[in-house]
Ligand binder design. Structure first.
Ligand code: ATP
Ligand code: MG
Length: 192
C-alpha cells in the first residue's frame, strides 16, 4: 500500500486490514512515498517523519510492515519501479497486490506504464465515500487484474486532518493516538 501518509489515518489502516483478510495476504507493506510525481507542488512533511508516523501506526498489527524503499531514493518514485523492485526481491512465487483507494485507481489506470505495472501485480481498489467505480473502462487485461473491495465508509483524509490541526479542531479517533501525539509533539500541520 503506497501513499504519502501525511499523516497515516484509520482510512488507510482499515483498508489495509480489510484487504489482508479478504485476499488472504501474508503481509501488507506500507510504502510511504518519497516525492510522488503528482504531488510535486504540495508542501510535504519530511519523509523521515511520515515514515516514523507510519511505523507508529502499524506497530499493533503483526502483519503490517513498513518499507523505506521509496523514501530512501533520491529520484522521484514511480510505483512501477517500486513494484518491479519488490517483485525482484520476493521472486516469482510471491503474488503482489497494489492496494489503493478507489479515487486513486481510476487515475492509476491512466498511467503510462500501467501495462508493465499490471505484469507484476494486481490491484485492490477500496471504495471510498464520494467516488464511483462505474467509470472504469480499461482494457480486458487490466480489468482481469483489478479487484474492488468495499470498506466501511470512512470519510477520513490526510488533507482534512492537516486542515483540522491548523484550525485547532479535534483529530482524536481519526487516527492512532500515537500518531496524534507525534503530530502535536512535533508541531506538524500548524500552518497549512
Ligand atoms: P491526501 O488527503 O493528502 O490526498 P489521503 O488521505 O488521500 O491524503 P494518501 O496518502 O494520499 O492519503 O493515500 C494513500 C492511499 O490510501 C491512496 O490509495 C488513497 O486512495 C487511499 N485512501 C486514503 N484515504 C482513504 C480512506 N479513508 N479509505 C480508503 N482508502 C483511502
Ligand atoms: Mg490522496
Amino acid at each position: 500500500m503506497g501513499g504519502t501518509f501525511d499523516p497515516i489515518h484509520y482510512g488507510h489502516l482499515v483498508t489495509a486490514e480489510a484487504a489482508r483478510h479478504r485476499f488472504y495476504l501474508n503481509q501488507v507493506i506500507f510504502v510511504p512515498s518519497g516525492r510522488p510525481p503528482h504531488k510535486l507542488s504540495h508542501k510535504l512533511t519530511p519523509a523521515a517523519e511520515r515514515l516514523l508516523m507510519t511505523l507508529l501506526a502499524t506497530v499493533p498489527n503483526q502483519d503490517f510492515i513498513v518499507s523505506d524503499w521509496e523514501v530512501n531514493r533520491e529520484q522521484i518514485s514511480y510505483t512501477y519501479e517500486t513494484m518491479r523492485a519488490f517483485h525482484q526481491h520476493f521472486g516469482d512465487e510471491a503474488e503482489l497486490f497494489f492496494i489503493t483507494g478507489a479515487d486513486a485507481v481510476l487515475e492509476i489506470m491512466q498511467w503510462r506504464q500501467i501495462d508493465e505495472l499490471a505484469d507484476v501485480c494486481s490491484f485492490i481498489a477500496a471504495t471510498r465515500p464520494g467516488y464511483h467505480l462505474d467509470d472504469f473502462k480499461g482494457s480486458p487485461k487490466l480489468a482481469a487484474k483489478l479487484f474492488f473491495m468495499e470498506v466501511p465508509a470512512l470519510a477520513i483524509s490526510s488533507s482534512d486532518i492537516r486542515r483540522r490541526v491548523a484550525c485547532g479542531e479535534p483529530i482524536k479517533y481519526l487516527l492512532p493516538e500515537t500518531v496524534e501525539m507525534y503530530i502535536y509533539k512535533h508541531g506538524l500541520y500548524r500552518d497549512i
